[in-house]
Ligand binder design. Structure first.
Ligand code: ARG
Length: 272
């Protein structure tokens, strides 16, 4: 099968103040040292990979004292040019919202507004042509998907996450082709009811092994052909190749210490 890439627009934030100084997920251990220079180099390599694939990358200025601001995916959900900013569950990340809102309002999204319900942006919202898949259970509030459905006027499917290692939807699932509705995911990260919903909606999905999920292999970004993901997810790399995708394996091991990877660092601006 021939896969066709389409040009993408991403918003990212340099990890200039990245560190693990608090713990708000199962991956974060403030006693484990982080090499910030290495994190910056790994992140830059991700930016370069997107630029080499001819995607557009915009940058938001990092703010001192906000070590998780590098995880841009959490800041907002952007569909058809409309921006619903996040409302973080943890106070540590709350000040990221005004910083990102300021960027949106001054870069062509004057109507960007904060959400009323707790939701962590595209960390928990994965967008396809037909619907928005919405994770909940650890971060986004149980009713957040209702606000999202109203705001974007799209069907939203709420999915319950049950494994604390996979606390955002984008740690357990990735959209590979939003036009065709092709996804990859790790069934065990979801409740039995949500697993049944996914099996029904996406019978042909790539299912990730426990080993690939455990290195956040599903925290990936696809342009319809090229799939940027952690190189350590070797099983997924092979499964993607079999389906005609072009895997691009990277090392984001420093950012993984905060529980983040490729997709967490990448907020896709779905402008159309
Ligand atoms: N340390 C961050 C947090 O716990 C990591 C966020 C990862 N982002 C994501 N989209 N999964 O909030």
């Amino acid at each position: 099968m021939t896969r066709v890439a389409t040009g993408r627009h991403y918003l990212m934030c340099p990890p200039a103040y990245f560190e693990v100084s608090y713990s708000i997920n199962a991956w974060m251990d403030p006693d484990r040292p982080v090499d910030r220079d290495r994190a910056v180099a790994q992140w830059q390599r991700l930016v370069d990979a997107f630029l080499e694939l001819s995607h557009k990358v915009d940058l938001v200025d990092p703010v001192p004292g906000l070590p998780d601001m590098v995880f841009a995916a959490n800041a907002a959900t952007v569909v058809a040019g409309r921006v619903l900013a996040a409302r973080f569950r943890n106070q540590e990340r709350a000040p990221e919202v005004p910083a990102y809102l300021e960027w949106f309002r001054t870069h062509g999204y004057p109507a960007a507004r904060p959400a009323s319900m707790i939701n962590e942006g595209e960390g928990d919202h994965l967008v396809t042509r037909d619907r928005i898949l919405a994770g909940r259970g650890f971060r986004s509030a149980p009713g957040a998907h209702v606000e999202v459905a109203q705001f974007f006027d799209r069907p939203v499917v709420a999915l319950d996450l049950v494994d604390e290692r996979f606390y955002h939807l984008d740690t357990a699932m990735a959209v590979l082709d939003e036009q065709a509705g092709e996804i990859m995911y790790h069934p065990e990260a979801f409740s039995p009811a949500s697993r049944a919903v996914l099996a029904e909606l996406y019978p042909d999905a790539i299912r990730a092994s426990a080993a690939d999920a455990a290195v956040l292999g599903l925290n990936a970004v696809s342009d319809g052909r090229n799939v940027v993901l952690p190189a350590t997810a070797t099983g997924l790399v092979a499964q993607l190749r079999e389906r005609g995708f072009q895997p691009v394996g990277l090392d984001l091991s420093e950012l993984l210490k905060a529980g983040g990877g490729v997709k967490c660092c990448t907020l896709e601006l779905h402008d159309a």
